[in-house]
Each structure stands twice: as C-alpha cells, then as structure tokens.
Write a protein that binds this ligand. Structure first.
Ligand code: MLT
Length: 261
C-alpha cells in the first residue's frame, strides 16, 4: 500500500523525503493559485525561479527574451517586472502564447526543491478535486508539499492539503495516511461539516497570517479568488524546470469569478 504524507514548509523538504515520489506543491496564498490562473488564461509555460537575479539572468537568454517577468518579494511588486504575484493580474491581460518567468518568496522555492521527485503537480483550492483524482492514479508514495511562510506553517496550505486528504479518505483507493495527513483531512472535514454557508473557506483564509497581510496590502480580492474550490480541471505539471498544463480546462466553466466581475 502507498503512503500519503504532508510536509509543512519548503524549508522542511529534503531530497530523501521526495526522491522518486509523486509530489503535490501547494502555496494557496498565492503562488500556486497564480500559476493555475495564468495557465487558465492561456499562458503556455511558466518557469519558476528562486530569485529576482535568477529571473533577470534567464530573461537575457535568447530563448526566454519574450517571456514576461512576474512575481513578488515579500508580497510587493518587483521593479521593472511586468506582473506581480496577484492572480487577478493574470486575469486581466492576454497571456496567449506568452511564457512567464516567475519568482516568489516561498512558492517557487518549494518547486525548486522538488527536482528529485518522480512527478510534481501544482495544486491550490482552484483545482483540488482534479489533483485528488490524479493522486489516486499514482503508483508510488505521495507527498503533499506545502510552502508555508518564512519557515512557518501556513493554515491556508494545510487547508488545501486537508481537502486532498479528505477526498482520498472518502475515495475507493486505499492509501496509508500519515498522522499529519489524517489531521489535515479531519480539519477540512470539520470545517465543511460545521459551515453554514459557502463563505466559510473565504473567512478562514482572510483570518490566516497571509490573509491578514494581503488585506493590509489592499489585496482582499486575491483571497476571494484563491478561496474558490474546483473552478478548473487544469493539472499543471512541473517538469525539467518548467510548468505546463497536463489538461485543457473547460474555459467557460472554469473562468475565475474575479475575472468576470
Ligand atoms: C510566496 O510565494 O511566498 C507567496 O505566494 C507570497 C505572496 O502572497 O505573494
């Protein structure tokens, strides 16, 4: 029987833990939500990098000179970059045929730590059901890798991990679930059981440390966007340093609310 486990921060990821395994990368607020949104809106490829210097260096390469630069440093826009790390930014411009070089504080660093994994997919609440289905097809242990923030656990990443673990517990295929994955599933199931309306996930995200930081920066709409569950069946894969989609989403059904307001 295969195992399902969770790593809580990118600082905790090591080669031993992920080598040869199927990994799911999560940064709910906001990197993985932004990556998924960019792909929904036609971006063919995203290259995650771990620093602004690396981004600028890559852009000088002929193969990447037409790529847009996106990302943030501690949540702030980066001078001379075309885009920030707000998923809303990526809803409002045409990304058809435009690749992106993305540098973020935690999310892209999580991905860079997963080079030894057998397979890596990108997950947020936006595509959680599709990722859960993908996990059930894996013939290896699965590690859900949360990004966290500044080396600390992030509740919103744990919530998304819990959504995946809850789906897997309810599904047909048996996976041996670690204590942490069991706790995450129970956390998510309890929220769903006790919620009286559809806004419960949004309320929780707004009350997280990252949520409060985004509200303070005037980016509450980003939290609303990222709180949406299952708006796309897109399954982005990180392979050989590049992120591309594995499935074409049904754009009509999966258009983020924030992009159509
Ligand atoms: C990150 O990668 O650290 C985050 O996505 C930060 C942010 O909200 O921009």
């Amino acid at each position: 029987m295969y195992n399902l486990d969770i790593i809580l921060t990118h600082q905790d990821i090591n080669v031993q833990a992920v080598k040869g395994k199927a990994c799911v990368a999560i940064d709910t607020l906001r990197a993985t939500s932004t990556i998924i949104t960019a792909l929904i809106h036609g971006c063919p490829e995203i290259i995650p990098v771990s620093s602004v210097t690396e981004a600028l260096h890559l852009k000088k390469n002929k193969a990447y000179q037409d790529y847009l630069l996106g990302g943030e440093i501690e949540g702030q826009y980066i001078e001379n970059f075309h885009l920030g790390n707000s998923p809303i930014d990526y809803c409002n411009i045409s990304l058809q045929g435009r690749g992106i070089i993305l540098s973020t504080t935690n999310g892209t660093r999580t991905l860079k730590k997963l080079k030894e994994a057998r397979l890596v997919v990108i997950c947020a609440l936006l595509n959680a059901r599709t990722v859960a289905e993908w996990i059930t097809e894996q013939e290896s242990d699965v590690i859900i890798c949360c990004s966290g923030r500044r080396g600390n656990f992030s509740l919103e990443d744990f919530l998304t991990a819990g959504r995946l673990a809850a789906e897997l517990r309810a599904g047909k295929k048996a996976l041996a679930i670690s204590d942490l994955a069991f706790t995450a599933a129970a956390f998510y199931e309890n929220i769903k059981k006790s919620s009286t309306n559809n806004n419960t996930i949004l309320k929780i995200l707004k009350n997280t440390d990252n949520g409060k930081r985004l509200i303070k920066a005037g980016l509450e709409a980003d939290i609303e966007h990222c709180s949406q569950e299952d708006i796309t069946s897109l399954l982005p894969q990180y392979k050989s340093g590049s992120i591309k989609q594995l499935e074409i989403p049904d754009l009509k059904d999966s258009m983020p609310r924030s992009s159509v307001i």
